[in-house]
Design a protein around this ligand. Sequence first.
Ligand code: 3PG
Ligand code: MG
Length: 395
Amino acid sequence: MAKKTIDDIDVAGKTVLLRVDFNVPLDASLQITDDRRIRMALPTIQSVLDRGGKVVAMSHLGRPEPGGDNTRFSLKPTAKKLSELLQRPVAFATDTVGEDARAKVAELADGGVLVLENLRFHTGEKKGDEELARALAGFGDAYCNDAFGTCHRSDASMVAVPRAMPNKPRVVGRLVAKEIRYLSDVIQHPERPFVAILGGKKVSDKIQVIRNVLKICDRVLIGGAMAYTFSVARGGQVGNSLVERDDVPLAKKLIEQGGQKLVLPIDTVCGDAFSSDCDRREVAVGGIPDGYEGLDIGSKTTALYCDLVSNAKTVVWNGPMGVFEMPPFDLGTRAVAEAIARTDCTSIVGGGDSAAALTQFGLADQVTHVSTGGGASLAMLEGKQFESLAVLDDV
Ligand code: 3PG
Ligand code: MG
């Protein structure tokens, strides 16, 4: 996917309207608990500032109800964090396209940065409203999308805004360029063997990803709770494990389609309660006793998966192998993460839970790419086309 990037356009003395994804987690006292999405936007912002441009950054945060008490959805803490990370002042507008935003955009000097208040305080953002889009479009001489986590959405700031700027440059930022490179380009032309590891709770969330990667991977390894739905499809006993009964026929079909490529667990760690100190047993797959539930892949499966990973040239990982937040049921996920970190192959980790697991194990800097997108990385692995990217300038 060859899109023009921020580095391809002249920004000196110009205002870049930059869509970022500052939808970061906040605790009860409105402290940011994970600033990764903000840090990952820095290269694009820095590139504009270094070349004498100005940045007007816009984002959503959470899912506020327009008109409600939205204090906890304000982007103000992200402007403060951005200022700390850039080590320079960052202005904040208390509205999105109102008087304060207009005044602060007009005041912005070369090398200046402004963060607008939450786009979703306007109902028009989710609706793709053109009036809101025109007001935002008026703030920039160029549009840049560096909001990878939101690229699967068609919100006004993602699609209608660049559409409202037909005669201005509309480009991707460095983060989006990097995400596309790994989650789309590398995957289309992988070095082989190419192994995908897919886990997580629900088969239904991952169906399209499994289908798509079965077409392009050499091996697709399944873990997490969705393995129990596959186990039922093969006639196994799963006790109290999480199973999506409605998806058993689908799992059967995937087993047929996948043939040798689809690798399912051969053993399981189960417990008699969802707790760290439950009675823990390791059993063959399909042999989970009544009163027990599957909580992790077993040691034989772990060894098999780590072996397949260590011989791969490209690895994509999305979704944990077990309840990694609750030791000792983190062992399978941890071993697979360590195997991925150990290899020098191209390793790509889809966002959300697998990114959290990597961070928990201290391995986040030992893989090639950790996506900042949850839903967006899944959609890209499904092979979906994004309207938010289609609307931008091609090289
Ligand atoms: C995310 O965190 O998934 C993105 O920021 C998109 O947010 P949304 O799921 O509320 O659209
Ligand atoms: Mg989401």
